[in-house]
Design a protein. Sequence first.
Length: 189
Amino acid sequence: MRISIPLILTAFIISTLPLSSPAQKKDSEKPQPEAGKIHWYSFEEAYQLNKKKQKKIFIDVFTDWCGWCKKMDAETFTNPVISAYMAKNFYCVKLNAERKDTVIIDGVTFTNPNPAGRRSTHQLAVELLKGKMTYPSYVFLNEKSQWLTVIPGYQGAKDFEPILHYFGEDAYQKTPWEDFRSTFSGVIK
C-alpha cells in the first residue's frame, strides 16, 4: 500500500485547523457567565449596581489560605439550586479579607493597614464582619446596602438553602430564624 507524502501533509494540515475561523466570531462577543453559575462581583461593582437597580447583596468574605472557603466554592456555590437562587436574588460578591488595594465607598476610605504584611486584614472586611474575623463568613446587605447580618463558617448546600431563602424572601423581617428553619421545605435533599 502506497501513501503519498502530499496526501499525508494535506490530512495533517486539515486535522489541525480550527473548526471555526476567527472571522466567524463577532468582536462584540464576550464570554457570558454559564447558566446556573454565580456571577461574582467586586464589592465596588455590586455597590454601584445596587444604586442603579436595587437588589440584596451577598458577600462571601474569604482568604486565599482558607481551606473551608475553597470547599464552599467547590461544593456549595456550585450546587445548581444554590447558584440559581443566588443569581436571581442577590448581587454576589467575593471579598478577599486580605486584599491590598484601597476601596472608597461614598467618600469613606477602607485600606489594608499593612498590605505587605502576612495575613493583614482589610478595613472593609473588618467593618463588614464587625471585627469577628472568621473565614469563610457571609454578609447579607438589604436593597439599601444596609448591613443585615453575618453568618460564619462553612455551610453545606442543604444547610445553606434555608439561610438564603430567609434573607432572599425577607422572612427575617417577620419570622424568627428557628421558626423559619423548622418549617422550611427546600429542594436540596
